[in-house]
Ligand binder design. Structure first.
Ligand code: MRU
Length: 345
């Protein structure tokens, strides 16, 4: 298995594979302060729910480093501002808010320590978030692999691989596990307009690993499902409400509707850090709207006429009724979701 390191923190520099440029250019983007981290998340140098959680945590480390020599009051005040900036860098994936909340609590509990001691604690916490993500993904992959039949054809959407996490991946982690345990799987990867995370990133990971697969335009999926060519659909998640409603990349909801119509199992693969225990249903999830240029242009080339208005939500919510199960690092959660999610807490 080839190791893809989307995120690396060394000597107070955060190194990110620049996902805006893959697959044609492999380039590392360096963040030396928290404002560069904020930019990297906003501009999607790094993306994917678990990946932006870990990235934001290192953003807090960089902020603590930057303000280290200030007096205590300024150090804490500026750190607080940095937490706010990072918390608002993208609105939908709850892993980001989860990581920032963890950091905020840690700082709160250790206010009486020296700046240096607080910095050390923050760095340790960020490293823990980073390391736990890989372990979590491997645990999820094992549970997920239990539902993958020998020779299965899997459909996936967006990019949920090593690039979207610290390593291994969520839905694509299950794909990796099935492949490496000799299940002889075949993968169809949705291109995932408008930013093409499937066509650019998932396809890149599948090729790197030599996993048998084909890339399809998004509008091919329904035909494959109707024609009995898909055994199971695996997607990731950006935020899961207590009732099981799940926000994920735009187009996921549409897939779930077709899957339900043709009785194809539809699974979410996500760590428990993607569950928002503060919201009851998907109606409470803020859906990010991104710049119209993502729809009017492809690779900087205009494909739509000047003057056209654009609606560009980055995510949609799949209702719990369309979901066969949520594969987590603690096992597979099935309906009734609220009851079973609460048991995990
Ligand atoms: O806008 P993106 O690329 O950050 O969206 C990513 C997704 O929707 C993924 O499916 C989700 O974060 C799960 S990734 C492990």
């Amino acid at each position: 298995m080839k190791e893809i390191k989307a995120i690396e923190f060394k000597d107070n520099i955060l190194y990110l594979i620049d996902q805006r440029k893959l697959p044609t250019i492999y380039e590392i983007f360096q963040c030396k302060d928290y404002k560069e981290v904020d930019f990297a998340i906003k501009d999607m140098v790094v993306r994917g729910a678990p990946a932006i959680g870990a990235t934001a945590a290192y953003g807090v480390v960089l902020a603590a480093k930057e303000f280290l020599n200030q007096d205590k009051k300024d150090f804490l005040g500026n750190l607080d501002k940095a937490l706010e900036v990072l918390n608002n860098s993208r609105p939908t994936a709850v892993n980001l808010m989860w990581a920032i909340k963890k950091m905020r609590l840690l700082i709160e509990e250790n206010r009486s320590l020296s700046n240096e001691e607080i910095y050390v604690k923050i760095k340790k916490e960020a490293d823990k978030i980073f390391e736990e993500d890989i372990a979590t993904n491997k645990a999820m992959a094992k549970y997920g692999n239990e539902i993958i039949k020998q020779g299965a054809t899997i459909l996936t959407h967006c990019n949920t691989g090593a690039l979207a996490t610290v390593g291994y991946g969520t839905a694509l982690g299950v794909v990796r596990e099935a492949h490496y345990t000799g299940k002889n799987i075949f993968v169809y990867a949705d291109e995932t307009r408008p930013r093409l995370q499937g066509g650019r990133l998932t396809a890149w990971e599948l090729v790197q690993e030599g996993i048998p697969s084909k890339l399809i335009a998004d509008n091919v999926a329904a035909t494959l499902i109707r024609d009995g060519k898909i055994d199971v659909i695996l997607v990731g998640a950006d935020r899961i409400a207590l009732n099981g409603d799940t926000a994920n990349k735009i187009g996921t909801f549409m897939l779930s509707v077709v899957a339900k119509a043709y009785n194809v199992p539809f699974y979410i693969v996500a760590p428990t850090t993607t569950i928002d225990f503060d919201i009851e249903t998907g109606k409470e999830i803020e859906i990010e709207e991104r710049d119209s240029i993502e729809v009017t242009h492809i690779d900087g080339v205009r494909t739509a006429p000047e003057g056209i208005e654009v609606y560009n939500p980055a995510f949609d919510v799949t209702p719990w009724e369309n979901i066969s199960g949520i594969i987590t690092e603690k096992g597979i959660i099935r309906s009734p979701y609220k009851e079973n999610i609460m048991k995990l807490r």
